[in-house]
Design a protein around this ligand. Sequence first.
Ligand code: HEC
Length: 218
Amino acid sequence: MRSDWYATWFGGLVCVLLALVAGGCRVAQTVEPTPVPDRLAQPTLPGQPSQADYGAQVYWLWCLPCHGDRGQGLTDEFRTAYPPEDRNCWASGCHGERPYDDGFVLPKTVPPLIGAGALARFSSAAQLHAYVQTAMPYWQPGILSEEEGWQVTAFLLRENDLWSGGGELGPENASDLDLSAARRRIRWPGVFALAVTALLLSSLVVFLWRRRFMDERE
Ligand code: HEC
């Protein structure tokens, strides 16, 4: 009886090990060196580009180097996309206190433009556009044409789900495009985290209380 049990157990173990080895071999066979996508590469245009699609090109050319490949800002992580010698933007001779000839000093933080909390200081698309047109790109404000300014604004709004991306954004409709949703977005993750924490804590209290109750009954 005891040896039967042992045989079943041992057989099972062998089967599991075989399955693992076989699975491992399959995985090993299918893993090929996948080419690392170049995060700094120019995006491709779709067949019939929208204003926002053109904006992605403007973003890549004029904004990405500082605001990141996903609009995350100049984060430590994003700077690893650059060759090692270009990762310290604030070195002297680069964009630090003593920049290269005709260079400029870059502030320590470059804000994110896409994602939670981004663009929250702007109340309308028109205001965002005016800022981009007059203050960006940081090192040479005013260099974008009117058309490029609207394109990149349309792109930023689309990426933030603040604009459908269809149709044209311009002086006639940008004042009506309200960006208060960008501000509301900030608080939701906090509220959600608080609700989950409250739920977990109350479950724990109920659990402990019930256990004590059971103990007392025994
Ligand atoms: C050389 C780096 C650099 C480049 C290139 C650049 N920016 Fe900026 N950007 C900054 C810095 C630094 C700030 C913060 C400026 C400040 O707070 O005064 C900023 C701020 C902004 C803000 C305000 C964000 C906020 O929440 O305060 C927007 C919008 C913006 N940039 C859009 C753009 C766009 C669009 C482009 C491309 C056309 C661009 N930037 C190119 C460095 C850059």
